[in-house]
Design a protein around this ligand. Sequence first.
Ligand SMILES: Cc1cc2nc3c(=O)[nH]c(=O)nc-3n(C[C@H](O)[C@H](O)[C@H](O)COP(=O)(O)O)c2cc1C
Length: 339
Amino acid sequence: MPHLNSTFTLKGLSLKNRIVMPPMCQYSVDAKDGKPNDWHFVHYVSRAVGGTGLIIMEMTDVEPDGRITDYDLGLWSDDHIPAFARIISEVHKYGAKIGIQIGHAGRKAEDAEVPVAPSAIPVSSKFKTPRALTTSETRDMVQKFKEAARRAVEAGVDTIELHGAHGYLIHQFHSPGINHREDEYGKDLARFGVEVVQAVKSVMPESMPLIMRVSAIEYMDGGYGLDHSIEICRRYRDAGVDMFHVSSGGEGPIGARKPGNYPGFQVPMARAIKEALGVPVIAVGMLDNPALAESVVANGDADLIAVARGMLRDPYWAIHAMQALKQEVTPPKQYMRAY
Ligand SMILES: Cc1cc2nc3c(=O)[nH]c(=O)nc-3n(C[C@H](O)[C@H](O)[C@H](O)COP(=O)(O)O)c2cc1C
């Protein structure tokens, strides 16, 4: 039976435990240049020192106008590679693996003068009205994802996660409520995401798994449910996604469909996608109670669990969770006397 403390292997990715630090935007870039700085270095390396098995760096955007804010990370130029490589090689020294979440905010780009989206429909009256991408701009966008992935691979990542959740661009394309296009990217709601998956895969080593984060259900009135997300994920799986990271919502004004925020509330969605598609999944969402996290893995609901805010509070969450579960812990030797 797998445990939080057991190893996990997917293709060439081998993790020492089942604990993931999920992507969390830090909005902390200094010069609006998309480059990680010392804050990002300390932030990620601390969680590696803290025993986390897999770190997924925050949403990192494929073009400047794909950022939520001008303080987000980017991979739109080869100049970005060295600063990411510095973080990645340091994280590796502590036995953690590290990936990066590649995305585009689409209509949720707050600082873009005119955000782009599948259709010219704003998130709500509080957001800018986006401009609909033309068909050829949509094709170009696929190439931007591919180029960003190539740079991530050059920087040394162990895996890549595509941001297909929370109402960002890939999610916008596969959402029936958001994508009202009449071209091939509207007739087939999965097409943009499928092309991104295929393009990104073409620049990743065969042995490197691709993760996709998805919103399993939408919260807006009239939004999609699990049946839709499973069919979309099936297309993404067939195109090359190796593991899904299952979140929910984020696409628009919250309606009556929103589930309550209770510990583990997204776990049944992760399990449903795992069972329907036969792929490994990461569960996330209020899993920072170690016994709960352990039960999700040991019961086979999910292969990995991610802890976001819990790790902001405690960079050593992984070590402390193992202690709480009476597992052997391996803190860095410099800190051994504290354990
Ligand atoms: C400060 C902060 C920034 C976040 N940024 C991202 C992000 O860049 N990409 C993403 O997919 N989710 C992002 N999230 C969502 C988290 O990855 C996670 O899904 C969510 O916080 C629920 O997990 P938790 O209950 O363990 O905090 C962010 C959350 C926080 C708190």
